[in-house]
Design a binder for this molecule. Structure first.
Ligand SMILES: Cc1cc2nc3c(=O)[nH]c(=O)nc-3n(C[C@H](O)[C@H](O)[C@H](O)COP(=O)(O)OP(=O)(O)OC[C@H]3O[C@@H](n4cnc5c(N)ncnc54)[C@H](O)[C@@H]3O)c2cc1C
Length: 629
């Protein structure tokens, strides 16, 4: 028997990485928010590798933090190892990666949700969406509870019609022994949304006590502490190492001999898997010439013996998995604690969404996370915070927050999804961002804090820190541009010691800093009387001065990009009446209804010629009826 259980502004379905960010964003923006989850023990559960960050993913975490999100702080508070990757390369690809303590990560995030004002966390299985006309009205749970709200955010991850596959064994289920979500999948189809089928996989977990680490290479964390959040205080934590080993020829032989029992090759798996997270059997088949593949043993936490076998995702039969593991140096007598498996699930092809992550079909219904066809905690959380912000703005009848490709990796991620769609689980990479020199992880706060403030998510303390940092950076850059040094002997000796050339006359410090071989720390040592600035301010001054030329060129590209991006396409446009458009372009434009000419130009199948025809047509219309254009 259904009963009215509560009325809210925003309802979020799911407490995965997307759901947590969405719920916190809406509640922190002042909305009465409800977040529902299948299983409260699994708030912010990490069904896959116990790691946050890495190339491009680390950028997303910093951007979520700059907007006022939680993932960065939660990782800083619960990690067991941090490493800054790619420090030998330019700042655009420097990337922070942390090993998280899974249980601590979950416990802290659950506590944050439980203590968030205006947020109710409840355990319930949502079976159905309530839709009236073209607008969402709420949800109905398996126990008949009806919760009403003007906006609903779905973040059901890998649970929709989840199916677990291990060898020739398969059964209906969510990750890690949880229940699947069946009714909601039907409800989404009933309201006219299309669903596709994807799959992903995870490796076995093994017991640390049964590993011989003497046959592996230790992978320690960085001595120097790093943080994801611009609000976290730097402090050193005892780092727990990971370990590197390799598969052997024997491992590959066992895999080849059992490929006929692999659900990937027997056709048992229909869903499409992530290209950049291939299973070990896929790697052995696709890279047959490679004698071995790297395997990292990653601790799942401080207070557990469970170790994650990174690089060994598999859905081969259990008996084969044990045999394979015991051919790897150091794992000869290993005890497998959890079997690797594949999971197939329904996803929502994201071309059905607007750049705000609202569905085009149902007003007030938003979607975020793995459900939108992505793979990864960071990708999910990035969509979650945007969907949560826009659900709150929708309830307030305010314009949505849309991040452009030139603003953030989050903007690149969402634009790729809703404009180009994806036919495999989408993973963010630095190569996807055309303006990556501007979208560095070190300046996410300078790029996004103001936007988070304008929607009401960034609180006073974060805003104060941001303003102070921005001020100090500008002050120091101005000071370096006004302070010169004379061609004295000690200065010449210093420059020569750095492999830099002598100066002939008084030279501005900012010009010395532009020299690749001279760092800000060098100048501080040379001059001795530098202001005592926070490390992150000095870092910004150095990067902004050294890369000024490149940054300037990229900013010019962005101005050109914005010209087309700001050219809005009127909602009333009828593509069928535009002569000269290619059939493919007409079909794609009708289906996707892009917001701007810029977005239209990124739709595959819409050529530059089509864009010119569209621009001419829009100009004609503007002249005919300027008030409407
Ligand atoms: C087996 C496996 C392997 C993976 N491997 C990788 C990998 O190799 N690399 C990678 O980057 N990512 C991997 N992932 C993906 C990664 O885990 C996800 O990207 C991430 O967890 C997605 O977050 P999310 O918030 O979208 O969904 P999830 O974390 O899946 O959370 C979904 C939430 O929705 C809730 N829910 C679902 N249905 C309902 C309902 N009807 N009513 C109420 N609550 C509901 C669940 O309780 C849960 O809280 C893997 C995931 C799995 C399961």
């Amino acid at each position: 028997m259904e009963y009215l259980a509560g009325e809210y502004d925003v309802i979020v379905i799911g407490t995965g990485h997307a759901g947590c960010e969405a719920a916190l964003a809406a509640a922190r923006m002042g909305c009465k928010t409800l977040v529902l989850t299948l299983n409260m023990e699994n708030v912010a559960f990490m069904p896959c590798n116990p790691a946050v960050g890495g190339p491009a993913k680390g950028h997303l975490v910093r951007e979520i933090d700059a907007l006022g999100g939680e993932m960065g702080i939660n990782t800083d508070e619960t990690n067991i190892q941090v490493r800054m990757l790619n420090t030998g390369k330019g700042p655009a690809v420097h990337a922070l990666r942390a090993q998280a303590d899974k249980k601590l990560y979950q416990a802290r995030m659950k506590k944050v949700l439980e203590n968030q004002e205006r947020l109710d966390l409840k355990q319930a299985l949502v079976e159905r969406l309530l839709v009236k006309g073209e607008s969402v009205e709420g949800v109905v749970t398996r126990t008949g509870a009806v919760f009403k709200a003007r906006a609903v955010v779905i973040t059901t991850g890998t649970f929709l019609r989840g199916r677990i596959i291990i060898g020739d064994v398969s059964y209906s289920g969510g990750p890690n022994g949880q229940a699947p979500s069946l009714g909601l999948a039907e409800s989404l189809k009933e309201i006219g949304l299309e669903l596709g089928r994807f799959k992903t996989g995870t490796p076995p977990r093994v017991n640390r006590r049964s590993i011989d680490f003497s046959k592996m290479i230790i992978q320690p964390g960085d001595e120097k502490p790093h943080n994801f959040s611009f609000m976290s205080r730097k402090r050193y934590r005892e780092q727990i190492p990971c370990w590197l080993t390799y598969t052997s020829e024997e491992t590959h032989k066992i895999i080849r001999e059992n490929l006929h029992r692999s659900p990937l090759y027997s056709g048992m798996i229909e869903g499409i898997g992530p290209r950049y997270c291939p299973s070990i059997e896929d790697k052995v088949v696709r890279f047959a010439d490679k004698p071995n593949h790297q395997i990292f043993l990653e601790p799942e936490g401080r207070d557990t013996e469970e170790m994650y076998v990174q690089g060994f995702s598999t859905s081969l039969p259990e008996d084969v998995q044990i045999k394979m593991l015991r051919t790897i140096p150091g794992l000869e007598r290993v005890e497998m604690m959890r079997t690797g498996y594949a999971i197939e699930y329904d996803y929502l092809p994201p071309t059905q969404l607007k750049l705000s992550l609202e569905t085009k079909k149902i007003k007030g219904l938003f979607s975020a996370g793995q459900l939108n066809g992505t793979s990864g905690y960071e990708e999910a959380a990035a969509q979650g915070i945007i969907a949560g912000i826009n659900a709150a703005l929708y309830v307030r009848d305010r314009e949505p927050l849309i991040l452009k490709r030139s603003d953030a990796y989050i903007g690149v991620l969402i634009d790729d999804l809703v404009t180009k769609g994806t036919n495999e689980p989408y993973r963010i990479m630095t190569s996807r961002a055309e303006y990556r020199l501007l979208l560095r992880q070190d300046n996410a706060d300078l790029r996004l804090t103001q936007m988070g403030r304008s929607v009401g998510l960034v609180d006073d303390e974060r805003y104060r820190v941001f303003e102070q940092k921005s001020r100090l950076i500008e002050q120091e850059k101005n000071r370096l541009a006004e302070t010169s040094v004379a061609p004295l002997e000690e200065v010449q000796n210093f420059l020569l010691s750095k492999g830099s050339s002598e100066i002939k006359q008084h030279t501005l410090l900012i010009d010395l800093l532009k020299r690749p071989e001279i760092s800000y720390a060098d100048l501080r040592r040379l001059m001795g009387d530098f202001p005592d600035l926070p490390e992150e301010v000095a870092e910004q001054v150095e990067v902004q001065v050294k890369y000024e030329g490149y940054i300037k060129r990229q900013l010019e590209q962005v101005e050109r990009f914005k010209k087309l991006e700001n050219k809005k396409i009127p909602e009333w446009i009828v593509y069928d009446e535009i002569k000269g458009l290619s059939t493919e372009a007409r079909q794609k434009l009708n289906k996707l209804r892009p917001l701007s000419v810029g977005q239209a130009s990124r739709i595959s199948g819409v050529s530059p010629a089509d864009i010119s025809i569209l621009l001419v047509y829009m100009e004609q219309k503007r002249r005919e009826a300027p008030e409407e254009a």
